[in-house]
Design a protein. Structure first.
Length: 90
């Protein structure tokens, strides 16, 4: 039982490291628009019905919001990004 718990904890750590690394990469590429890019990728995953990737990019967006002081996070801009991605996928 203890080994299963350790496996689960390691899986969670690996997952967390992945979205933190993706958030850092987006911020390094373009800090101001990193949040919008994470939202765009989350929307693409949602449109494809890829639940795991949607949650991943939603977590990345939250991490970007936490670490990037210059990131813009205007809800109207996020809605526009989502609408644009949904139009391209239909």
């Amino acid at each position: 039982m203890l080994s299963k718990i350790r496996q689960w904890v390691e899986h969670r750590r690996t997952t967390r490291r992945r979205w933190q690394a993706d958030a850092r990469a987006l911020v390094a590429a373009d800090e101001v628009n990193a949040y919008y890019e994470a939202q765009r990728r989350a929307t693409r995953a949602r449109v494809r019905s890829d639940r795991a990737e949607f949650y991943h990019w939603a977590k990345v967006a939250a991490e970007v919001a936490r670490i990037a002081s210059l990131a813009e996070m205007d809800i109207d801009a996020v809605r526009a990004v989502v609408a644009e991605e949904e139009r391209h996928r239909i």
